[in-house]
Design a protein. Structure first.
Length: 214
């Protein structure tokens, strides 16, 4: 994919190949984001389609004050919220928390990884406690096909908020800023959800490898 300026210029010039490449590259993550707002996958697909139409129509007004992807995701989020409101199936992120499965940070994250009450920023991550991508961990450096199946199954069992954030960050390679903007969550909330999800995936891998070595 070329840089933003070249890509925008190509799209404005009607380059169908560039547009097709963009749609193929970004639509999977856009579908996941849309699905977090609306009630069905069909509705999410409609939102993605509406977003691409809006992108084509709005390219002339895009001032490039943000990245092209951030701009597209902001359009997507607005379309998804409007569709959800129209369908009266808006799912609030706060309503998705399940005390039995989501828990608070201390349930799945070592409390030592958070700043204490006497710190200037209580509750924030310590420098050493910042979440680390699970795919960069030593135990996942050489993942077998079977282990990948274990990971995919574990990913599918994560609570909705964790699953969405992990998929967007680790599967679709969105930045933390893009995820926060698209899902309308704080940076801290995004970090906690990401760490919880990655921790559960690592735990699933540990169980898998222990079973293999038994």
């Amino acid at each position: 994919m070329t840089g933003d300026a070249e890509l925008v210029a190509a799209l404005r010039a009607g380059d169908e190949a560039a547009f097709s490449e963009l749609v193929a590259a970004w639509s999977p993550s856009m579908l996941r984001i849309a699905r977090s707002f609306v009630g069905t996958w069909q509705a999410a697909e409609d939102v993605v389609q509406d977003t691409w139409l809006a992108v084509v129509r709005g390219l002339g007004d895009f001032e490039q004050r943000s990245s092209l992807r951030t701009w597209v995701l902001s359009i997507l989020a607005n379309r998804a919220r409007s569709r959800a409101a129209r369908d009266r199936r808006l799912v609030l992120w706060s309503d998705l928390a399940d005390p039995e499965t989501d828990g608070d940070a201390a349930s799945w994250v070592d409390p030592a990884r958070f700043r204490g009450p006497d710190d200037a920023y209580p509750g924030h991550w310590t420098t050493a406690g910042e979440p680390v991508p699970w795919r960069e961990q030593p135990e996942t450096s050489a993942i077998s096909r079977e282990a990948l199946e274990v990971l995919e199954a574990a990913l599918g069992e994560l609570p909705p908020r964790q699953q969405t954030v992990v998929r967007l960050r680790d599967v679709h390679d969105l930045t933390s800023q893009e995820v926060c903007a698209a899902l309308d969550i704080s940076a801290e909330n995004q970090r906690v959800l990401l760490h919880r999800g990655r921790s559960r995936l690592r735990a699933a891998l540990e169980v898998h490898y222990r079973a293999d070595s038994a």
